[in-house]
Design a protein. Structure first.
Length: 270
């Protein structure tokens, strides 16, 4: 009861402090977002990570990870959950194997066992030094790796992993649409620190948000995307129709052979 009262009072105070009567609609929207973030942060400090606020529940958000079990998750093209993944620091953790994309023999990418079409996804990730991973969405289980059908929001230690300097103009750095569109601004907080990621998918329109900033926007099937794909690694990966991203598919977390943690994974279908 005290927790609910404290959070409610904090929200009321923040709203009052904004004095919306003197602000434009864009300023009010920014203030509202900031207030929601403060409330979420305070709620997490009180109740711990991997929880939903009363407002999130009311708005239709769903937790995809409870911090205690792997319920709902399985290996890509598997019925079981890979042993190389565990729960550590109240997070889904891929234990580094040092084997790169091949991952551990008992590892591999993991998927949430439900396909999503239009959604707003939120999560936090943390990488070890020189670690690499990815957040993939609308993927299909057709090839040996889900990235052969799914767009990827890059998860990377920009400072220490060599992939940060490959690709074009930073399009393999954290938050980017991997190998296609560089995250701008580039606001990765560093390894050993939690970074916030969001993906909003509405029809063919996709947005990546990293640490509160919109860093990537694109339209599936657009002429711009066709041109980008033709000049990227996706042009020759054994799936000549890579740009035809499915309107509905699986959300996955990548095993790239490094230590990476994911928590506060939540989704709202639209």
């Amino acid at each position: 009861m005290k927790k609910s009262i404290f959070i409610g009072c904090l929200a009321m105070f923040a709203i009052y402090a904004c004095d919306s009567s003197k602000k434009s609609s864009s300023e009010e929207e920014s203030d509202s977002t900031a207030i929601e973030e403060v409330v979420e942060e305070v709620a997490e400090k009180i109740t711990g990570p991997n929880t939903l606020t009363a407002k999130e529940k009311e708005d239709g958000w769903k937790l995809l990870f409870d911090g205690k079990t792997t319920d709902g998750w399985r290996g890509y093209k598997k019925e079981t959950f890979p042993a190389a993944w565990n729960i550590d620091k109240n997070s889904l953790h891929i234990q580094g194997s040092g084997r790169g994309e091949a991952g551990a023999q008992d590892g591999g990418d993991i998927v949430y066992d439900k396909e999503f079409a239009d959604f707003h996804l939120k999560l936090e990730w943390m990488v070890d030094s020189a670690a690499n991973s990815g957040i993939l969405y609308r993927g299909k289980e057709e090839y040996d790796y889900i990235w052969k059908t799914a767009p990827e929001m890059q998860v990377l230690d920009n400072k220490h992993h060599p992939d940060a300097k490959l690709g074009k103009n930073g399009n393999r750095q954290a938050g980017s649409l991997y190998d296609l569109i560089a995250a701008d601004p580039q606001n990765f907080k560093g390894h050993g620190t939690w970074n916030k990621a969001e993906v909003i998918a509405k029809g063919n329109n996709i947005v990546h948000i990293q640490n509160g900033d919109t860093v990537v926007q694109y339209t599936i099937g657009s002429e711009e995307m066709k041109s980008l794909i033709a000049n990227s690694k996706w042009a020759d990966i054994g799936n000549e129709n890579w740009g035809d991203i499915a309107p509905k598919g699986y959300f996955a977390l990548q095993d790239h052979g490094d230590d990476v943690w994911f928590r506060n994974i939540k989704i709202k279908e639209m």
